[in-house]
Design a protein around this ligand. Sequence first.
Ligand SMILES: *Cc1c(COP(=O)(O)O)cnc(C)c1O
Length: 230
Amino acid sequence: METIQQRLDQVLHQIHSTESNYNRPPGSVTLLAVSKTWPLEDILQASAAGQTCFGENYVQEAVSKIDACPTKLEWHFIGRIQSNKSRDIATRFDWVHSVDSLKLARRLSEQRPKNLAPLNICLQVNISDEQSKSGLSPDTVIALARQVAELPNVKLRGLMAIPAASQDFEQQRAVFRQVRMLQQELIEQGLALDTLSMGMSADMAAAIAEGATIVRVGTAIFGQRRAQLA
Ligand SMILES: *Cc1c(COP(=O)(O)O)cnc(C)c1O
């Protein structure tokens, strides 16, 4: 059986070769290791192998790992946000990828401690997945992005997307391309955005081909999760 270190090496190798195949500058894609459901020991193994950014989906689970973690890591919240949990997110995380309302962005800005750097946030857009209720429709993103960009204690970095699963590489690319074009539109409106959070274990290459700057990878590093929590 392969170790976390070996799988991490393989994922990094795949990221680097995909960057080069699609003329992306070397190092332009950051790997976010999605550690939801996995114990702190697994995170520390990945950390010992050089991984610094970790993504979590469940606030309570994440906070207990963050509290117990002996080293300084960068924590990204990527799950659905219940408003009664926003304070934990605003105080414990460096990034939030799953912001989908002005109300939530305002709460995070208000709750972000002033002695910390602004909380980095991405707006989650729902491009292809009509089944899922999370994420903003593309036509509401522009107006919202302008308002979020004005908030004092958060820093709007870009867009995040979780497309409906597809096995077809060109179809995966087509959806990611729409996210990139929406981001381009926001940049043309004057917003300084540098982040496209898109691509998971199964569609990472298509996302990198279309400009992803953060890929969120769990299974390919830590293995198959036992329960597929929401
Ligand atoms: C679980 C999760 C991932 C990682 O998915 P894998 O298929 O395990 O790589 C990425 N992004 C989000 C938002 C997730 O919830």
